[in-house]
Design a protein around this ligand. Structure first.
Ligand SMILES: Cc1ncc(C[n+]2csc(CCOP(=O)(O)OP(=O)(O)O)c2C)c(N)n1
Ligand code: SF4
Length: 286
């Protein structure tokens, strides 16, 4: 059980002294605000919180939250978050990063985090571009998006992260929009409360290299109460929708988390073979 505090911290009190270096209007500001609000709502003790961040503009986020932080190498958020949570399951572990970090270089880690069902909420700030390196197309960039390195548009088709997440059977899959902070805060709260791996895919536009606020705002819609997120086929239908961009909890499945299974295996093996020190185990191989 993750420890909470009773000190009544406000959202503002989760800010650090480091001022965000993001460009004016960057969607990541909205995501950061929602994270502060989630932390205040849940009264998470900063001493008990670890924010693991990828590389990119979005990766700066770990420096802005009063917590332990780990600014990893590019695309390695999930392995680090898995290690932190497994070593100390009492910690609340938030993983954050961009679409380049998550769905390009780091994409290979997602199915395994899903299989293991690590108890980590992963917030991906998807701006369809590599912001930090000045605007190359990422794995979610639409084909018509031309950049300095791809002046005739993207050669590859974009990934659909929500469909991919449902296919990998991630236990909590939601999509939010940085310009809808009330709803996004609620999604992040639900993602953190989910006991297992949660992916909150956030449309978080890059105002400098790929400003898609307007077209996104015109297409988003909130999923109604008629949607049953435990229905995987219906979840796929929402993920594949093209006319609009559905926002909300798209897919849910409860199952045992990785650290719980690891503990069970540990207990079973102690019961079967007894406790031994590392030295005693190593001595068997000498
Ligand atoms: C191994 C490695 N390859 C490439 C880079 C260069 N690099 C830094 S950030 C980045 C992409 C960032 O894009 P994204 O994850 O979408 O984050 P954003 O800046 O858009 O928030 C790349 C390719 C790197 N730092 N490390
Ligand atoms: S370059 Fe784009 S993603 Fe990076 S801080 Fe500026 S607006 Fe945000």
């Amino acid at each position: 059980m993750v420890e909470t505090n009773t000190q009544g911290l406000t959202a503002k009190e989760y800010k650090t002294d480091v001022h965000p270096v993001w460009c004016p209007g960057c969607g990541d500001f909205g995501v950061l605000t929602c994270i502060y609000r989630m932390l205040a709502t849940k009264q998470i003790n900063p001493d008990n919180l670890v924010v693991v961040a990828g590389i990119g503009c979005s990766g700066r986020l770990s420096g802005y939250v009063k917590s332990y932080g780990f600014h990893t190498v590019h695309g390695r958020v999930l392995p680090v978050a898995t290690g932190v949570k497994t070593a100390n399951p009492n910690l609340e572990v938030l993983a954050v990063g961009g679409d380049g970090d998550a769905y390009s270089i780091g994409a290979g880690h997602i199915p395994h985090a899903a299989r293991r069902n690590i108890d980590v909420c992963y917030i991906v700030m998807d701006n369809e571009v590599y912001g930090l390196t000045k605007g190359q197309g990422s794995a979610t960039a639409p084909q018509e998006f031309s950049t300095g390195t791809t002046p005739y548009g993207q050669m590859d088709e974009p990934l659909n992260p929500v469909a991919m997440a449902i296919a990998y059977d991630i236990g909590f899959v939601a999509r939010g929009f940085s310009a809808k902070p009330k709803e996004l805060t609620d999604l992040i709260i639900q993602g953190v409360e989910h006991k297992g791996f949660a992916l909150v895919e956030v449309l978080s536009p890059c105002t400098t290299f790929h400003d898609i606020y307007k077209p996104i705002s015109q297409r988003v819609r909130f999923i109604g109460p008629e949607h049953d997120p435990t229905d995987r086929l219906k979840a796929f239908q929402l993920a594949l929708e093209r006319e609009t961009i559905p926002l909300g909890v798209i897919y849910k499945r409860e199952r045992t988390a990785f650290h719980e299974r690891a503990r069970k295996i540990q207990e079973d093996s102690i019961q079967k073979r007894g406790k031994a020190s590392v030295d005693e185990i190593l001595s068997q191989f000498q």
